[in-house]
Design a protein. Structure first.
Ligand SMILES: *[C@@H]1O[C@H](CO)[C@@H](O)[C@H](O)[C@H]1NC(C)=O
Ligand SMILES: *[C@@H]1O[C@H](CO)[C@@H](O)[C@H](O)[C@H]1NC(C)=O
Ligand SMILES: *[C@@H]1O[C@H](CO)[C@@H](O)[C@H](O)[C@H]1NC(C)=O
Length: 195
């Protein structure tokens, strides 16, 4: 007949108790995170450029004067997350150069909302590198220019009463093809985001 198993020493019982409590805590925290996630269901914000045109274009002696106009559609598909855009800088990039710039007014975007931003970026006597000047003049004569539109925004999220710390959001739309005439033929551009 086998001996009955001896009683485990008392401290191993306490250890087992602590382990169980820790395990339960971890499961509870995990459940809380999962439930919060399921309730908030974060979705990506969607940015697209819907329209674009160029006005007052004048490139003389490697200096550019121009006005770039874009309609940027900002879509917040979330049902619980709103977003503060505390500051926004928009720019037009050509090759490695910023050729036009605008400071956009701050705004608040509620959940499940579409906001249309009318961007108007100006180049006032912007000195271009020799090769960019040549390339832009070439594209001008072809009737269409290919640029990138970048927005750099300082944002905060809001979920219920809670507000996040501010962070930098980069919205990068490329390639954006703008015609010098017939801007109605504009092709929608989807933008990438980076936090
Ligand atoms: C561009 O600007 C230059 C210098 O300001 C001017 O002489 C020229 O006529 C302008 N060209 C056009 C097409 O407006
Ligand atoms: C650009 O505009 C500035 C003033 O806004 C003017 O002095 C300059 O001649 C213009 N340059 C061109 C190339 O049009
Ligand atoms: C989006 O939010 C802005 C600012 O609150 C509001 O003016 C606009 O009407 C909203 N748009 C839609 C489609 O709900």
């Amino acid at each position: 007949m086998a001996n009955p198993p001896s009683q485990p020493p008392r401290h191993s019982k306490i250890l087992r108790y602590i382990a169980i409590v820790l395990l339960v805590l971890i499961v509870l925290v995990g459940l809380a995170v999962l439930i919060t996630w399921l309730i908030i269901k974060p979705k990506r914000f969607v940015y697209t450029i819907e329209e674009g045109s160029i006005k007052n274009y004048n490139l003389t002696k490697n200096h550019l004067n121009s006005t770039f106009e874009f309609a940027l559609r900002s879509y917040n598909p979330n049902s619980k997350i709103s977003i503060y855009y505390d500051s926004i800088e928009a720019s037009v990039e050509y090759d490695d150069q910023t050729i036009a710039f605008e400071v956009v007014d701050p705004f608040f975007q509620p959940h499940r909302n579409v906001t249309r931003l009318d961007l108007k970026l100006t180049s006032q006597y912007v000195p271009l590198s020799g090769s960019n000047s040549k390339d832009i003049a070439l594209e001008r004569s072809s009737g269409e220019i290919e640029i990138a539109v970048m927005l750099k925004a300082r944002i905060r999220y809001k979920v219920g009463m809670w507000k996040s710390k501010d962070r930098i959001l980069i919205i990068w739309c490329s390639p954006v093809r703008v015609r010098f005439s017939r801007p109605n033929n504009f092709e929608r551009t989807y933008c990438d985001t980076e936090l």
